[in-house]
Design a protein around this ligand. Sequence first.
Ligand SMILES: C[S@@+](CC[C@H](N)C(=O)[O-])C[C@H]1O[C@@H](n2cnc3c(N)ncnc32)[C@H](O)[C@@H]1O
Length: 307
Amino acid sequence: MTDATAILQGLRARPKTLPTALLYDALGSALFEAITELPEYGLTRADLRLIDAHAADAVRALGGPLDVVELGPGGGRKAALFLPAVTARQPSTVFTAIDVSASALRECRHALEGIDTVEVRCVEATYLDGLRRAPRVPGARRLVLFLGSNLSNFDRRDALAFLRDVRAALLPGDALLLATDLEKPAAALLPAYDDALGVTAAFNRNVLVRLNREWGADFRLPDFAHEARWNAPERRIEMHLVAQRACEVHLRGEVLTFAAGESIWTESSHRFRADELRAWADESGFACIQQWTDPAWPFAHSLFQAR
Ligand SMILES: C[S@@+](CC[C@H](N)C(=O)[O-])C[C@H]1O[C@@H](n2cnc3c(N)ncnc32)[C@H](O)[C@@H]1O
């Protein structure tokens, strides 16, 4: 899905970057699922608590019947918790999972096998491409789930543009359930991206293993260390792979040079305020009709309805 040109462009840039979606090959997706179990990673538990407490309220607020689409569902654990609120109100449901990771889609299908009245459709695609391609169910209102604070990975301006693009792919009355991590002290956040077991470090460094395997690069893993940084003005965690010494890496006939301490920026994870999200609903053609927050790990579910 990502081509060598985009990868080389990022690695020639200053600072060097890689597309975040590249983190999710089969091993990356499995490592992400492991991250969600870590004591330091409060996001998943907060998201699950909010689904458990309010999925039925969200479904009731929209009325039915609903056709449910999830952008980047990963292993489908949250869909498995959410969908019973929908199936309780309608005889059959189409659930479309859109993810760049084929292995995540397989896991997602597997996670939903036990729900008899749900037809699972898997689309291996990027978010918007998949959303535009996913056939609608006639007579149903579309509900798009965007959970796990995946929106955090976009730069703030791109996040708002993304919401507008999602809105453009929907009809009036359709909805978006947007889960986002809220601001909290850096001391609570940093361990979530730099855990004691080193699972997040493995998740981040695996992108180099992937570049070696799929694009014939020759990164030496010991030369690159995982680092999570809090960027206070931008209100985001950044994940970097920092060169431990000056080195050269070859990729598709190009020589990439790294100074000692130079990094590849692999992921951003922005934090939001609840009022900022409500304002974004208005600015992107939605209305925020409900918002629920988790007090234990500040986290929000915002239900946006397309105007
Ligand atoms: C951080 S994980 C979150 C998974 C799940 N939503 C959760 O809350 O646990 C991000 C998921 O989105 C997928 N993903 C990342 N970037 C994507 C993109 N641009 N388009 C489609 N899927 C993407 C990944 O493969 C992964 O399954």
